[in-house]
Design a protein around this ligand. Structure first.
Ligand SMILES: [Zn+2]
Length: 79
């Protein structure tokens, strides 16, 4: 079964959930989502907390670019 979420008309597909242990020893689940770069269409992943309230507030879904174009976007903004 595919789990999808849509943020601002862009689709994120759930790839996997993994336990994540913080340095203070408390564990939690992280969800990994895959989306396509707005420029080249290359897939990239973002991670969010797996818990729903934190997930829906996550800024990770704001990301629209792969690693390459993320940098290019930053350079453009700075110029
Ligand atoms: Zn790209």
């Amino acid at each position: 079964m595919k789990i999808l979420t849509i943020h601002k008309e862009r689709v994120f597909e759930l790839v996997r959930c993994e336990p994540y242990e913080r340095c203070d020893g408390t564990g939690r689940q992280l969800a990994y989502w895959r989306a396509a770069c707005q420029v080249c269409g290359a897939p990239f992943e973002v991670s969010t907390p797996a818990a729903l309230p934190a997930l829906t507030k996550s800024k990770a879904f704001e990301r629209v670019h792969c690693e390459l174009h993320k940098r290019a976007g930053n350079i453009k903004k700075g110029a």
